[in-house]
Design a protein around this ligand. Structure first.
Ligand code: FUC
Length: 791
């Protein structure tokens, strides 16, 4: 019997592990998915995040003066204007000559003057403001608890005063596009609160009837580093308070709720940002947007809103289940568990919770109704001027944000990123032409929501012209996991191809090679022989060569799938031959630069030259010399203090997973908990930066499942500390979903769900199998990867 027929015959026998369960009462209270605390948050880093991709809320869970810090994804300072340096094209040849001549200081001075954006910096993503629930009474309370249940997406605060139980629930609904807060008490008429909505600047708040309205416009001060001042983004927020029993008395800007039995607050917000224009759009009236959202929901009972929210949320969240050890009931508050782990205790269930939290954060900062991707803080930011502007850093951070998206079964979170990258092409083409005289589109190391594509900040950080290429990788990966050829044809490939046009034009000849110039190895510096130059600018840093080689591979594969661009493929193949190869230096590590320069900071946080190991597929056990050198490179970085930022540590975990070193991966995961994790499980750079959460979530997945070079590798870096466990619903390239169970550190069984059909190459330890699959069917494998019949 043909393999294919054989498999088809046994399909009905397959046990399906994964199921997208409907929401039921259990969903909401599942302790495995709960972060909880026995005291209110003392600062923002203890508050608990909720979001729907567009609106964010950080809940402190305070008793008398509850604070909920709010965000709307597009509320930014600044605006869209041309920042390309007019002198760039004229000075480019000289910058290139100086770099080739190793006159790096001179090159830096000239580039900083003539290539850097004018003005060099942009403004920040901003908080929307705070919602307060204030109480007059300061009576002592007991039985306090606050929690966030990840699979339901519901936050809860409960306590008791004078024998009366109080409970607040909060969620941010994606189907209804509102923040919903619900207050109940054990005794009728017990709810007495003043509701206030505030913002530190640029807003006016008024109350009327049962509504509070905030209307604002960002006023930017003139700043030579950031551009003209003026009245820029318009925004609005509106809340409606709906009481059962008692009364609501409006003040000038607050609502006083007296003796209510129950209270529901519905809040939404909007700006006049229009992603199509990468700018604000005065045809959009933010308050009208708020009104139309609220009009649709204001008559819907609370329970109905909650049901809609939870079933939508759980349908995405519950695609993946994980257990990394004995299921631990969460009898200890999350901050206490974290503290114990920091002190060296084992709590695999906390790792599982942390993994699920990463998924939770991504789905709540990057999906419809939102239109923008997750920024450096996802969507949660309390500042007017945030650290690094809470921007989109494209020299590792934004890429890392999306590293868990596909493998962790959250494919739709990539869509806002696809749209945003697509929009960059308009300003990116202008920068490519004006700065470099090139076709295609380019972006450098960071951008705002207005699509600034010129190199910004300073040439010590800004000169990363391959960032656009890098940013196409999550787009290509979306195809590799979904195998959606229409998406590839209509969305991803046009963006990839145009990025390749830029590469083709930007590369210059040097010693028979094709090299990038100017460029840098993100944010790291090298020593020039006998000089005190702390040099960043260079040509053909290893990362660029890895990026270009990978991009050419992606583009050629895309052309094959789409049966197009035969002529271009030939040209790209010619280019590929001339791209410098990854090389090993005198200290047996991967060379970071085109020459074997000494590093200024051998423990630097960026691991740019190891991109070929993870997430790319260029340094593998099949390239043993590079594979060994990659291990040495990591060792050296760590020996000199590498991994000191959360995201850097997260990357190290993935790198060790790819090196098939579970012990080291685990050790660095523990270091991440110890050094870079806040009480609300947010990653800290420091301060809070979300890329570490996302990078570590992807890294945990990478320890359990890898799929690259056409092979799915089961449990490739399973540490001894997780001897027994289960994971259901991780995704693999080629359109597969995988469920696994293991015992005593060994695979027990796996189920492979084929979402697209086709050949599957699968591996566990030394065992490899290859077989055909039918679309929509599932295959159960035993510990030796033999196919099982129905039991
Ligand atoms: C990169 C890193 C920094 C920081 C910033 C937002 O440039 O080098 O550590 O994470 O992004």
């Amino acid at each position: 019997m043909q393999l294919k027929t054989y498999f088809t015959a046994i399909l009905s026998a397959v046990i399906i592990f994964t199921s997208c369960k409907r929401h039921d009462a259990k969903t909401e209270f599942n302790p495995v998915y709960r972060l909880w605390y026995n005291k209110p948050a003392t600062d923002w880093n203890e508050a608990l995040p909720l979001g729907n991709g567009r609106l964010g809320a950080m809940v402190y869970g305070r008793v008398y003066n509850e604070c909920i810090q709010l965000n709307e994804e597009s509320l930014w300072g600044g605006y869209n204007f041309d920042v390309n340096n007019k002198n760039a094209l004229k000075s480019l040849p000289e910058v290139r000559r100086l770099i080739f001549n190793e006159q790096i200081k001179e090159a830096y001075d000239l580039a900083n003057k003539d290539l850097l954006a004018t003005p060099p910096r942009f403004r920040s993503y901003q908080t929307l403001g705070n919602l307060y629930l204030l109480s007059d009474s300061l009576k002592p309370y007991s039985a306090y608890n606050r929690s966030l249940t990840l699979n339901a997406g519901v936050g809860k605060t409960s306590y008791s005063i004078d024998g009366v139980n109080f409970m607040r629930e909060i969620f941010v609904s994606s189907p209804d596009n509102v923040v919903v807060i619900h207050l109940v008490a054990g005794k009728p008429g017990s709810i007495n609160v003043k509701i206030a909505l505030t913002r530190v600047k640029d807003a006016v708040v008024t109350a009327k009837g049962k509504d509070i309205v905030m209307k604002g416009q960002v006023v930017d001060k003139p700043d030579p580093a950031k551009g003209k001042g003026g009245k820029h983004m318009k925004f609005a927020a509106k809340l409606i308070a709906l009481n059962k029993g008692g009364s609501i008395v409006p003040g000038d800007s607050t609502l006083k709720v007296e003796n209510a039995d129950e209270l529901t607050i519905l809040l939404t917000a909007a700006t006049d940002y229009n992603i199509e224009k990468l700018n604000f759009d005065r045809d959009i009236k933010p308050l009208d947007v708020c009104n139309s959202i609220l009009d649709k929901v204001k008559d819907t009972p609370y329970n109905e809103l909650k049901k809609r929210h939870v079933s939508n949320h759980a349908s995405i969240f519950e695609r993946v289940k994980i257990e990394l050890g004995d299921v631990q009931t969460d009898t200890l508050p999350t901050d206490v568990r974290l503290k114990r782990v920091k002190a060296g205790e084992k709590d695999p269930a906390l790792t599982a919770l942390y993994f699920q939290y990463g998924r939770y954060l991504l789905m709540n900062s990057s999906r419809a109704p939102g239109v923008l991707p997750a920024n450096l803080q996802g969507i949660w930011n309390r500042h007017i001027n945030a650290p690094w502007e809470s921007d989109y850093h494209t020299n590792i951070n934004l890429e890392m944000n999306y590293s868990p998206a596909e493998v962790c079964n959250l494919s739709e979170t990539v869509i806002p990123l696809v749209n945003f990258v697509d929009k960059w092409r308009v300003p990116g083409r202008i920068t490519a032409r004006k700065m470099y005289g090139c076709r295609g589109w380019v972006i450098h190391h960071a951008t705002d929501i207005f699509g600034k594509t010129a190199p910004n900040a300073d040439m010590r950080w800004g000169m990363s012209p391959m960032s656009g290429v890098w940013m196409t990788f999550p787009l290509w990966r979306h195809y590799e996991y979904t195998m959606d050829t229409q998406y590839l044809k209509n969305r991803a490939f046009p963006i990839m191809k145009e990025a390749m046009e830029f590469v083709s034009d930007f590369l210059v000849e040097k010693d028979g090679m094709l090299v990038t110039n100017p460029s840098m190895s993100p944010e790291n510096s090298y020593k020039l022989k006998e000089s005190d130059c702390r040099c960043q600018l260079t040509y053909a840093p290893t990362i660029d060569n890895e990026l270009i080689r990978a991009h050419i591979k992606h583009c050629i594969e895309a052309c094959k799938v789409l049966d197009t661009c035969a002529e271009s493929v030939k040209k790209w193949q010619q280019i590929e031959k001339k791209i410098p190869k990854i090389r090993v230096g005198k200290d047996s590590t991967i060379m970071e630069w085109i020459k074997d320069y000494g590093e200024w900071e051998p423990g630097h946080r960026h691991m740019s030259h190891l991109l070929g190991l993870y997430p790319l597929e260029q340094i593998t056990p099949q390239t043993p010399q590079l594979f060994k050198a990659a291990g040495k490179t990591l060792e050296k970085r760590l020996k000199h203090g590498g991994g000191h930022t959360g995201w850097s540590r997260a990357w190290i975990i993935s790198l060790y997973a790819r090196l098939l070193e579970p012990g080291k991966a685990y050790e660095n995961l523990q270091a991440l908990f110890r050094k870079s994790t806040l009480n609300n499980l947010f990653d800290t750079h420091p301060p809070f930066q979300i890329d570490g959460n996302f990078g570590a979530t992807a890294a945990i997945a990478e320890m359990l499942l890898q799929s690259y070079n056409d092979t799915i590798n089961l449990l490739p870096a399973l540490p001894g500390e997780w001897p027994q466990g289960k994971v259901y619903g991780l995704c693999a390239k080629g359109g597969f979903t995988v469920d696994m169970e293991w015992k005593e550190g060994r695979l027990e069984q796996a189920v492979l769900h084929s979402n697209n059909g086709g050949v599957c190459k699968i591996k566990y330890g030394n065992i490899s199998k290859r077989f055909f699959t039918e679309k929509g069917e599932s295959y159960r494998l035993d510990k030796k990867l033999n196919l099982l019949k129905q039991e």
